[in-house]
Design a protein. Sequence first.
Length: 301
Amino acid sequence: MSTNNINHLKELEAEAIFVIREVAAECQKPVLMFSGGKDSIIMTHLAMKAFYPAKIPFPLLHVDTGHNFDETIRFRDAMIKEIGANLIIGSVQKSIDEGKVAEETGINASRITLQTTTLLEALDEHRFDAALGGARRDEEKARAKERFFSHRDDFGQWDPKNQRPELWNIFNTKKNMGEHFRVFPISNWTELDVWQYIQMEDIKLPNLYFSHQREVFERDGMLLAKSEHIQLRDSEVVKEMTVRFRTIGDITSTGAVESEAATLEDIIQEVASTRTTERGGRADDKRSETSMEDRKKKGYF
């Protein structure tokens, strides 16, 4: 890696750590959103660096759909044990069992939209006034609209037309009772930055991100993993392929890509040459042209 690349990554790291420390200084009860994906793992790594040698001074929150990849959950549990962090789990299944949300049915059933209720309940129950997340502006057009500090009203909703200006490193953290912020310290990172930083810092990841053999089937131009949570159409054929995942979410909506990239060097080269966006294989983003923005307005992360 060139000196220029290293300096660029160090600048991004310093910016993210500054934002994380600003949250700790300005907010009374923050929480770090953790999904087990690479961006949330980087966020955890940055939080550890921000407060070293002390432990992360706020808990991690995972909104568990119940339809996660097994590899993600195993990695999550091992990582939390290793770093000694406090993990809070919000259960979508519990929200369903309590009648707060209704399970979707049919071929394209997913729990993605159900996460919002579980998330907002967890934030309210624990009185969190800031939720740090690993969303980046290059991921999706709706996320590109948000600031570092994204204000949410007392219903957890986001108003993209009424965002607060951010001048240099000055953030407006004033809020009323019941309101909170979503904070995105790695907003300015790209997918390539993420992978180069992972390589530079030697950060461990779930093996889902690397090339492996998996039973998959094609649906609407995506390769979805065979799962008990997905109902197959009669025309859909499961076959074993060499794939990896560029992004990790609910197994019902996370598409794989054919890939032989088994090392970080391979992945960096692949990401540098691809013309497909990182979330191009996410079924939840394909429900409508404004899927992500609509969900975020309702309280989705």
